[in-house]
Each structure stands twice: as structure tokens, then as C-alpha cells.
Design a protein around this ligand. Sequence first.
Ligand code: ACO
Length: 327
Amino acid sequence: MMAVSHIVGSGSYLPERVVTNDELARMVDTSDSWIIERTGIRRRHIAAEGELTSDLAYRAALKALEDAEIEAADIDLIVLATATPDNTFPATAARVQAMLGMNKGAAFDLQAVCSGFVYALAVADNFIRMGQARTALVIGAETFSRILDWTDRSTCVLFGDGAGAVVLKAGETRSLNAAGRERGILSTHLHSDGKLYDLLHTDGGPSRSQTVGLVRMQGREVFRHAVVNLAAVVHEALTANGLTADDIDWLVPHQANKRIIDGTAKKLGLSPKQVVTTIAEHANTSAASLPLALDTAVRDGRIQPGHLILLEAMGGGMTWGASLVRW
Ligand code: ACO
């Protein structure tokens, strides 16, 4: 019988230093009111000098392991989603593996920018379904502050640093036909369209220029594609499970822009009370934003056993995806 993945723990970490919109307004020509009105962002956390993506990932992972009551030695897979690895290589996941003292299995990075966490969740879920892993750590971690052009007001106000993680554990399914009634990850759905590569990219990279480059974005175009593609993939996830938007208890979206989140919720007919929105506190943390939001709603008690959770994200590539989880 094919295994099903259960999310058995979550954790998150934000760097200590908080940068408000007013502080940014002293660096570039912007204002607290413009940023709040257009994006919903009030502040972001920025990693300290020398604090790396692996450090953030490690702290989030420790909390997720503690929450799951699982020892690092029991983990046999780490999938770490990031667009801001410590080094070009090896994978940041390998560093985290060493920090955790994990002693078996595999660890690798996955790059799908802001969709990284839904991609990583899908990969780990498939390893578990196929019996190639029993206990997986899925991490989204970023230090986007290191690749921002701090003179470009159209991008530097949007992003922050952070990390989130979940622990997946294999369980047996009782019945594959009654998927909607099963606990665990019901399905994952991934997409990309490489023709949209230039809409959101860095203007450098190891192969292109021997530098990492800085974030460049056509904001309006990204916004337009996000609203259309997220609605489509959400519909796909619901249809695949024979469910409708009425069945959803919580929408946990990638935190890119409050207007994108509100637009998606409205299309689904969900009340704002059913949407987990954390963007005000940490801006867009790319691959970390979805697990940060998920962890917030688990810890404050909103997400309860039996609830149906819809996770969705969209990012550079362009990439996008969704997953339905019965808690
Ligand atoms: N402060 C003040 N003014 C600004 C700022 C700023 N920080 N940034 C841009 N502006 C100005 C522009 O220069 C422009 O001025 P102009 O009319 O004189 O040329 C004006 O504001 C309007 O600019 P637009 O880009 O049209 O503003 P828009 O309403 O589209 O908002 C934003 C911009 C917030 C970037 C929006 O397009 C957006 O959120 N797009 C999605 C981008 C996103 O979420 N990216 C995250 C990664 S991808 C993902 O996660 C889905």
C-alpha cells in the first residue's frame, strides 16, 4: 500500500533585527503609507552580518523537530528550498544536515524561488509515497536581503529574511479512494512557465557573471500572472480531490502581497478570517513565507486536527503550485 505523508511538526525563525517601513523611507523615496497600501507590509526581519541562510534554516528545523518530538537522527531526507544558498555549492541542506547531526539519508537544495516550499513539499511527499523516505524535513529559508538592490524602491521594500520548516512522516492510507477523508498531504500540484523567466530574476549568477546578481522585477506583470495562475492551480487541487472551496478551512498562501492574497481568497469565496496572513510582520520571505504562515496558524491554535488546509505559492521562473492537506 502506498504511504501517505503526515505533517507532524512545524517550526519557524525570524532574525532579530526588524526594519520598519519608516526606516526604509530614510533610504529610498518611499513611505510607510505607500508600502502598506500597495503590499500590506509593515516591517521585515533582516539577518545579522554573518547570519546565513543555513543558520535560519537550522533554527526553524530545530523547532519543527521539537514540535514533532522527533530526533534529527530519525530524519532520512532534507529538502531545503532556497534562492539564497550560503554558497553556490555545496547545497545549504548539507550544511544544515551537519548542524543537525543527521547521520543517514539525503540532503539537497531545491530552487523555485517563492514557490520553493510547495515544490519541496511535493518532492518530499513523493519520496515518502514511494517508500524512499520515512521521515523528511522540508525547509524554506532565505536571506533575500543579500540580493536586494537597496537603491531600488520598487523591490527593496518587498522582501525580508526568515525560515520555516515542517517534518513529514510516512503513514499508511486506509483507502485511496476516500482521499478527501484521509489525513495528511492529499495532493500536490506544480507548474512552471519558463517563457516568463525575465519577469522576476537576478541580473547575475555563477554561470552568467561570476556574481550572484540582484533582484529585478516587473511588478505589475508578476502581479497579473500571480492572480490568474494561483486561481487556476487552486481549482486544479480542489478538483483533483473532489472538493470545493466550501470545504476549505484555511487558506495558507505565500506571503508576497496582501492584494494578491485577498484577490485569491475572494475568487474562492473565502472570508478574510479563513486566510492566514503574516506578510505585515515579515514581508515576502520567498521560500520561507509559506511555512512561516503555516507555523503561525498551527501555534496560535487556528489550525486544528481535521481541518482542510490549502497551501499555494507563485514565484520566479515563473513557478507556481498548490497542495491540499488534511490536518
Ligand atoms: N514607494 C513609493 N512609490 C513606489 C515604490 C515605493 N516603494 N515602488 C514603486 N513606486 C512607484 C513607481 O515608481 C510608480 O511611479 P510612477 O507612476 O511615477 O512611475 C508607481 O509607484 C506605481 O508603480 P507600479 O509598479 O505600477 O505599482 P503597483 O501598484 O503595481 O505596485 C508592486 C507595485 C507592489 C510591486 C506590485 O506590482 C506587486 O505587488 N507586484 C507583485 C510583485 C510581487 O509580489 N513580487 C514578489 C515575488 S513574486 C511572488 O511572490 C508572487
